[in-house]
Write a protein that binds this ligand. Structure first.
Ligand code: KG4
Ligand code: ZN
Length: 279
């Protein structure tokens, strides 16, 4: 907090409201945030603003850096929200009006990256590591299963199991299989995950007629997802918006910008508000 105030060149007396993450997230970290925010709100006598972490990922598009012209999506827009815990397609009608039209029925996209990375013995979080090995590999080297779901929902647990059994069988034949094929494995896996994500994004855009497309969440940092969505944009005449790299994975600025819109709407939280890990 001291560091943030220093960098912004302001004092705590200049702060008009304090935003915190109510959920979803890990209870331990949520408790630290809500406790600090309540204390700060009480001691300064300023409004307390509760923020949904997923909504904040999407509103990260409205974070404006000093001296920078901001190019942000126009309402209504379609957001592909992909993080470690969620994969959703959301129609954003207004700053604080969201409609979820697709959701994961099991694992999230980030979880698929992280769990498959673990199967290959890579560190956590696996997403960025897979992204970097994938750049040197062939996306068509191996074929993995894509789920067959008719609506706008996602599923990634079948792909994870398919990947696990594939690796297990290959290792029986050749104990160096992962090491010798790491770039191709990462590239093919990433290609499959991105195709699953973008197939439904195309479908959602066709169903809703919305061509303003925004990416959000940690997995939006993925270079192949970004490239693929830009490629699709040419076919479908989309306007695509990708947040700045630093604002894709979890960050405090996205919580602040969401708190700002709630502050303008006078949507203040009460002091008895509690964190909700599964909000
Ligand atoms: O939004 P986020 O920071 O935290 C959650 O709210 O979950 O997302 C974290 C997720 C992790 O699963 C991580 O592996 C994934 O985002 N991720 C990536 C990349 N950078 C982060 N996945 C694929 N490619 C990346 N470059
Ligand atoms: Zn997040």
């Amino acid at each position: 907090m001291d560091e943030a105030l220093k960098r912004a060149g302001i004092h705590k007396e200049h702060i008009d409201g304090v935003a915190f993450t109510k959920g979803p997230g890990l209870l331990g970290s949520l408790l630290v945030g809500v406790s600090f925010a309540k204390g700060f709100s009480l001691s300064r006598n300023i409004p307390l603003l509760e923020v949904n972490h997923l909504q904040a990922h999407i509103l990260a598009h409205y974070i404006k850096m000093q001296d920078e012209a901001l190019k942000h999506p126009n309402f209504p827009f379609l957001a592909l929200l992909v993080s470690g815990g969620h994969s959703q397609l959301v129609i954003v009608h207004d700053y604080l009006s969201f409609e979820i039209i697709g959701n994961t029925i099991d694992d999230a996209a980030g979880e698929a990256f992280d769990k498959c990375a673990k199967i290959m013995g890579l560190e956590y979080p696996g997403g960025p590591i897979i992204d970097s090995y994938a750049k040197k590999g062939n996306p068509r080297a191996f074929q993995f299963n894509k789920p067959d779901i008719s609506d706008l929902n996602y599923s990634f647990s079948g792909l994870k199991t398919n990947f696990l059994y594939f690796i297990r069988d290959k290792l029986k034949e050749d104990s160096n299989f992962i090491k010798d094929n790491l770039n191709n494995l990462c590239s093919s896996l990433q290609q499959t995950i991105v195709e699953i994500l973008t197939d439904k994004l195309v479908k959602a855009s066709q169903q809703t007629g919305i061509k303003e497309i925004a990416l959000a969440g940690g997995v939006a940092a993925n270079s192949y997802l970004r490239d693929t969505v830009y490629r699709e944009a040419e076919h479908h005449n989309w306007q695509v918006y990708v947040p700045k790299f630093t604002f894709t994975t979890d960050n405090a600025a996205m919580i602040a910008i969401t708190g700002y819109f709630k502050y303008l709407n006078k949507q203040y939280a009460n002091l008895d508000v509690e964190p909700k890990p599964r909000l």
